[in-house]
Design a protein around this ligand. Structure first.
Ligand SMILES: NC(=O)c1ccc[n+]([C@@H]2O[C@H](COP(=O)([O-])OP(=O)(O)OC[C@H]3O[C@@H](n4cnc5c(N)ncnc54)[C@H](OP(=O)(O)O)[C@@H]3O)[C@@H](O)[C@H]2O)c1
Length: 300
């Protein structure tokens, strides 16, 4: 998500600083230039968001008014390792609290990305609204829920965007994995009993930038749901990835989730209700296949 923020903020009147705990990966820099041209900012300032004093110093030195937090522990299965619990909680719950404290101290805004995985424990079959009770089924979802709660407890001005099935041209993600598999395997089974909505990270970043750039956040603190429009299963998603990429040689078949045992039970119906985000901020959300087509073209 951080790389998409670099792209959407490229021509901004405001100054943006991009931070990470490590250096930017060379392949990401190459992709940034491909997608956004020569003048996109590829510099990365080191910042560990588990360190509150380091955040405070960064905020003070640069007179930071808004933080967009795209960092998290995102390995859902890996989060189930009991030895990792403290680290996952530190990154997904304590670090967002640190950012909230730092922004509260200067009267700033924290924009934070959360997840549909805060739901899933209670069965439901209508799109989740923001006030639906969190019922995470695993450590990742639980710690992300703690992160939301910690931010809200500080009283900072905040926008928390719960999103789902995020993909992009950068890093590892479902679209890139399925592009490879459907190009290289004669057969593939993909689960059809988990449905949700893919989200092109660029679309979410563009919505966040619109809200910040046009100062739409004032008086609108709260949690918002954002994914692309539409609904599909992972099976349908894969079929469309293969079709857009022209990977016609792979026989893709639907299967049930129990054919792929996993340490975490994933939500069966992870569709987010986006009425609030569209109503409050007046944004238009692209349909999932329209955005998928763009991403796959960019990856060619
Ligand atoms: N991926 C999905 O399907 C999905 C779905 C719903 C919601 N989300 C949420 O969307 C957000 C963005 O997800 P993503 O997939 O773009 O994540 P990602 O690619 O895993 O990126 C997370 C970033 O956080 C950085 N980071 C790790 N520890 C840090 C620290 N101590 N200080 C500063 N940065 C640190 C990582 O650095 P390294 O590169 O060094 O690890 C990485 O650059 C997350 O909040 C995630 O929970 C994701």
């Amino acid at each position: 998500m951080g790389n998409e923020m670099r792209i959407v903020t490229k021509g901004s009147k405001d100054k943006y600083i991009f931070t990470d705990v490590c250096d930017e990966h060379p392949e990401s820099i190459e992709m940034l230039h491909k997608l956004a041209g020569d003048y996109v900012d590829t510099t990365t300032t080191k910042l560990d968001i588990t360190n509150l004093d380091a955040i405070r110093a960064m905020v003070k030195e640069n007179d930071v008014k808004v933080i967009v937090n795209c960092a998290a522990w995102t390995n859902v299965d890996g989060a189930e390792d009991p030895e990792k619990y403290d680290l996952v909680e530190l990154l997904n719950a304590k670090a967002p609290e640190n950012l909230a404290i730092a922004m509260k101290e200067v009267g700033g805004l924290l924009v934070h990305i959360s997840t549909d995985y805060v739901f899933g424990g209670d069965p439901y079959n209508t799109p989740c609204k923001e006030d639906q009770k969190g019922t995470p089924t695993g450590v990742y979802g639980l710690t992300k829920l703690h992160g939301e709660q910690n931010i809200q407890k500080t009283g900072v001005n905040h926008l928390i965007f719960r999103t789902a099935w995020l993909y992009s041209e950068f890093g590892k993600n479902f679209v890139k994995t399925m592009l490879n598999l459907t190009a290289s395997k004669p057969q593939l089974k993909v689960v059809f009993d988990q449905v949700g909505t893919p989200t092109y990270a660029y679309d979410l970043a563009a919505a966040i930038f619109d809200i910040i750039d046009n100062r739409k956040f004032e008086g609108n603190s709260g949690i918002y749901h954002y994914s692309n429009e539409g609904v599909c299963s992972w099976y349908d998603f894969t079929k469309m990835i293969a079709e857009f990429a022209g990977n016609t040689g792979c026989d893709i078949q639907p299967c049930h989730s129990d054919e792929f045992p996993s340490p975490v039970k994933r939500p069966a119906f992870s569709v987010l209700n986006k009425t609030k985000v569209k109503g409050v901020f007046g944004i238009t959300v692209p349909y999932w296949t329209d955005s998928l087509r763009i991403c796959i073209k960019n990856l060619e």
